[in-house]
Ligand binder design. Structure first.
Ligand SMILES: [Zn+2]
Length: 72
């Protein structure tokens, strides 16, 4: 029988919840929005977390060219 310490359990949980950057399926909405902002600020464009289309910088935020979602 194995013995789980609090430390190993916490590490295991971290690994399990690590976001899969390949498809973004493991990202929470908050993390997606944070990524959008990061992309917008860095390059002026980002991927829409809703439809996957392109979000372009707009006044005070960003706007998706695909679904029209806005970021403020
Ligand atoms: Zn969109």
């Amino acid at each position: 029988m194995s013995t789980l310490t609090a430390e190993s359990f916490a590490l295991h949980e971290l690994e399990r919840e690590e976001p899969r950057t390949s498809d973004g399926g493991g990202l929470t909405l908050a993390m997606k929005v944070a990524n959008v902002w990061e992309g917008l600020l860095a390059t002026g464009v980002a991927a829409c977390p809703v439809c996957g289309d392109r979000i372009e910088s707009a006044a005070g935020g960003g706007r998706c060219v695909g679904c029209g979602s806005t970021l403020h």
